[in-house]
Design a protein around this ligand. Structure first.
Ligand SMILES: [Zn+2]
Ligand SMILES: [Zn+2]
Length: 343
C-alpha cells in the first residue's frame, strides 16, 4: 500500500504535513492525484473553531487526475482531469432526489464534506454522482472554483431570484463575496455595489464586476444614497458577521431579498434589526450546490468565457508549504485571496 503526503489538523489552530496510508478505491469510489489545490475559509473554521478531531486530513477544493476507480465507476478512466464537489451526496435520499446533494440525509452535513484535497492523493465518494471531467479548453485554475466557492457564490445570486437590471449590494469581498460579484454581473444585474476595504480585494472586485466599492463604515449610507434612498433589490451577506448581516438588511428595499451566504460559525447568534428595515423583505440562505451537473454548469460558464475567476489566485505555493499558507490566509496578509497549491 502506498501513502500520501497531506496537510492534517493536529490540534486547535494547528496543521502539519504528514504521510497517511492510501486505501484502494471501494465500490463507487475514485482515487485521484491532486494537480491544483487551495485553502478555503471553511478550512480555517475547521482548524480553529469546529470540534473536528485531530488527525483529519484537510482540504476540499482541488483539481485532480484519476488514478484508480472502484466497482461501478464507468464514466471515468485513468488520467482523466476531474473536479469533485466539496459536499457529496448518496443519490438516493429525499434531499438528493430533489437535487440538493449538499444536504444529503444519508451522509448528513458536515460529514459529507470532502477531506484530504491538500494532499498528493485523495478519495472521491460516489464518483459517478459527485465528480465531473474538466473540458479540455479549461485550465486547472479556471476549473477549480466550481468545486466550492463559485458554486456557493453563484447560488447566493440564483437563490435571490435576481432579475435583469436588478441592483445588488455585496457585503465583503473575500473569496466567496468576489464570486457573488462575478455572479451578479454574469446574471445581468444593473448597479453592483460591493463593500470592502482591503486594497487587493477592492481591485479584484472592480475587475469582476463592481461599479462601486464602498468602505464598510460608510456602506449603508452610501448604498442608500446610490439608490435614491430606496435600497437595493438584492443584498448579499458574504462574511458571516453581525455588522454585514445588519448592513445587508438595512440596504434592502421594500420587497427585496437578503441573501445570506456567510458562515456565522464564530458567533453563537446574530440578530435582525427591529426598526422596520426587515419587514416585508425575503431572507434566503445557501449552502454550496453540488454534484456532477452543477460542476458541469459552473465549468461551462468559464469554458465559454462568461466568467473568469482566475484573478482570485493571488499566491502560489508548493503543497509542502500548506501550513505556512494557513498562516498567511488566516491573517489575510500580503493581499491574499486564494493560494494555488501544487504538488
Ligand atoms: Zn470551502
Ligand atoms: Zn443523499
Amino acid at each position: 500500500m502506498a501513502d500520501t503526503l497531506v496537510c492534517v489538523k493536529t490540534d486547535t489552530r494547528k496543521v502539519e504535513m504528514q504521510k497517511l496510508p492510501l486505501a484502494t478505491p471501494g465500490p463507487g469510489q475514485a482515487l485521484v492525484k491532486m494537480r491544483l489545490s487551495t485553502i478555503c475559509g471553511s478550512d480555517i473554521h475547521i482548524v480553529d473553531e469546529l470540534p473536528v478531531p485531530p488527525g483529519t486530513p484537510m482540504g476540499h477544493e482541488a483539481v485532480a487526475e484519476v488514478v484508480d476507480a472502484g466497482e461501478g465507476v464507468t464514466s471515468f478512466k485513468q488520467g482523466d482531469r476531474v473536479v469533485a464537489s466539496c459536499l457529496f451526496g448518496c443519490g438516493h435520499c429525499a434531499r438528493c432526489q430533489e437535487g440538493n446533494l449538499q444536504v444529503c440525509e444519508t451522509y448528513a452535513a458536515p460529514f459529507n464534506l470532502l477531506f484530504g484535497c491538500q494532499g498528493e492523493y485523495y478519495m472521491v465518494q460516489n464518483a459517478e454522482l459527485n465528480m465531473a471531467k474538466i473540458p479540455d479548453e479549461l485550465d486547472d485554475e479556471g476549473a477549480l472554483f466550481a468545486t466550492d466557492i463559485m458554486s456557493t457564490g453563484f447560488a447566493a445570486i440564483e437563490n435571490a431570484g435576481l432579475r435583469f437590471g436588478d441592483s445588488v449590494a455585496v457585503f465583503a469581498q473575500g473569496p466567496v463575496g468576489l464570486c457573488v460579484t462575478a455572479a451578479a454581473r454574469a446574471r445581468g444585474a444593473g448597479l453592483i455595489v460591493t463593500v470592502e476595504s482591503i486594497p487587493s480585494r477592492v481591485a479584484i472586485s472592480k475587475k469582476l464586476g463592481a461599479d462601486r466599492v464602498v468602505e464598510p463604515a460608510r456602506a449603508v449610507d452610501e448604498i442608500l444614497a446610490l439608490t435614491g434612498g430606496k435600497g437595493v433589490d438584492v443584498a448579499v451577506e458574504a462574511l458571516g458577521h453581525q455588522a454585514t448581516l445588519e448592513g445587508a438588511m438595512r440596504v434592502t428595499r421594500w420587497g427585496g431579498t437578503v441573501s445570506s451566504v456567510g458562515v456565522y460559525g464564530a458567533f453563537p447568534a446574530v440578530s435582525i434589526p427591529t426598526d422596520g428595515t426587515f419587514l416585508h423583505r425575503r431572507l434566503v440562505t445557501t449552502l454550496c450546490p453540488s454534484g456532477q451537473d452543477r460542476l458541469r454548469r459552473m465549468m461551462d460558464l468559464a469554458r465559454y468565457n462568461r466568467v473568469d475567476l482566475r484573478p482570485l489566485f493571488t499566491h502560489q505555493m508548493k503543497l509542502g508549504q500548506t501550513p505556512a499558507g494557513y498562516d498567511l490566509f488566516r491573517q489575510r496578509k500580503d493581499g491574499v485571496v486564494k493560494i494555488a497549491l501544487r504538488p
